[in-house]
Design a protein around this ligand. Structure first.
Ligand SMILES: [Zn+2]
Length: 320
C-alpha cells in the first residue's frame, strides 16, 4: 500500500533523505554527499539510490511511496518546480528538479525552499506543533525566515515571501550583501556574528578570540561560555538585532511563537535569554503580548521532516 512519505533535504554538502509513515514517524534516514561538479542527472540518481536503500532496509519498494517532498536552496520557481541556480553546484541552471523526481519516483513531489521546509517541519512536528501562527528564523550564512499564519505557510505571489533577514533594523548601519545598510542579517546571521568579532579584534579589542587564526560563530559562543567580554558584547548585539526582528514580525503577522533554528542556537540560553530580555524591553505596552520566543527542537531532521509533512499535505483531500 502506498502510504510512505519521503522527505528530501537538499543541502550544500549533503542531501538527506528520510522515510516517514503517515503520522510523520521517521522510519529510516540516510544521506548522500554532494560534490560541486555534480550535475542534475547524477544528483537525482543519488537521491533515488538513497531512497531505494532506505526502502530496502524497511522491506518496501518505490511503489509504496505515496508522496515525496524536497527542500531546495533557492533561487527557484517554486510553482513550476524549477531550481533556477545553485550557489553550491554550478551545473544546476533552470533545472526542472520536481519533474525529474516525479519521473523517477512515480509519485507527487512537493517542492519548496529549504527554509520553508524546515519551518514547516518545526510547525508540524517540532517547536511550533501546538500553535497555529508561527514565525521561524534560521541563522546561518544569512537569515532565512518562514511564516505560518492560521496553519498555512505564507508563500507570496512567487513563493518568495518572508525575506525578512533584510528588514532594516539599524538605519545607515552595517552594509549588507544585498546592497542595503543596517539589515538584521548584516548583524545577526552566524556569518556576520563571526565577522563582527573579527572586525572588533582588528580594531584593537582585547579578547581570548584574538589567538585564533579564523573565528567562527561557534568560536564566539565557546569563548562566551568561558567568560570572554568581547564574545558577550558581540552576542548581546546579535541578540539585540534579533529582538528587533521579533518586534517587527510581531506587528506584521501576530505569531503565537517565534522559533529560531540553525547551528547558532547551540549557544543555548547565552543567546536566547538576551533575545527575550531585549524583546521585553522593546515591545509595546498597550496590551500584553503572549508570544513565546524559543529555539527549534528538530535539529538536523527539520528539513526531511518538513519535506515529508509537505508531501503529506499535498496529497491530503478535503478543504485545507
Ligand atoms: Zn540585506
Amino acid at each position: 500500500m502506498a502510504d510512505l512519505l519521503i522527505g528530501i533535504d537538499f543541502g550544500g554538502t549533503h542531501i538527506k533523505v528520510g522515510c516517514f509513515d503517515e503520522a510523520l514517524r521517521l522510519h529510516k534516514r540516510g544521506s548522500v554527499a554532494t560534490e560541486v561538479d555534480m550535475g542534475p542527472t547524477l544528483v537525482v540518481d543519488h537521491i533515488v539510490g538513497a531512497i531505494t536503500a532506505l526502502l530496502d532496509c524497511t522491506g518496501h519498494k518505490l511503489g509504496d511511496i505515496r508522496a515525496a517532498g524536497i527542500g531546495i536552496p533557492g533561487p527557484a520557481d517554486y510553482q513550476a518546480g524549477i531550481l533556477i541556480n545553485s550557489t553550491h553546484m554550478p551545473g544546476f541552471r533552470n533545472t526542472p528538479l520536481r519533474q525529474m523526481l516525479i519521473d523517477r519516483l512515480h509519485c507527487p513531489v512537493a517542492f519548496n525552499s529549504d527554509t520553508n521546509v524546515a519551518c514547516f517541519g518545526e510547525f508540524t512536528a517540532g517547536a511550533g506543533e501546538d500553535v497555529d501562527d508561527m514565525v521561524f528564523f534560521t541563522l546561518g550564512t544569512g537569515i532565512g525566515c518562514g511564516i505560518i499564519s492560521h496553519g498555512k505557510l505564507i508563500q507570496g505571489a512567487t513563493g518568495s515571501a518572508a525575506g525578512v533577514g533584510h528588514v532594516i533594523v539599524y538605519p545607515e548601519g552595517e552594509p549588507c550583501n544585498c546592497g542595503q545598510r543596517g539589515c538584521a542579517e548584516a548583524y545577526a546571521s552566524a556569518a556576520n556574528t563571526a565577522r563582527r568579532a573579527r572586525a572588533a579584534i582588528e580594531a584593537g579589542a582585547t579578547s581570548s578570540l584574538a589567538s585564533l587564526e579564523e573565528i567562527s560563530c561557534k568560536d564566539v559562543y565557546q569563548h562566551l561560555a568561558r567568560g570572554d567580554a568581547l564574545a558577550r558584547r558581540i552576542t548581546d548585539d546579535t541578540a539585540g538585532a534579533l529582538a528587533l526582528l521579533c518586534v517587527n514580525m510581531l506587528h506584521v503577522t501576530d505569531p503565537a511563537r517565534i522559533v529560531f533554528a540553525g547551528g547558532m542556537i547551540g549557544a543555548g540560553p547565552a543567546l536566547l535569554t538576551p533575545i527575550r530580555e531585549r524583546f521585553d524591553q522593546l515591545i509595546w505596552r498597550i496590551r500584553r503580548e503572549t508570544v513565546e520566543i524559543v529555539f527549534a527542537s528538530l535539529g538536523p531532521d527539520a528539513g526531511i521532516t518538513g519535506a515529508a509533512a509537505m508531501a503529506r499535505e499535498a496529497t491530503q483531500e478535503g478543504p485545507s
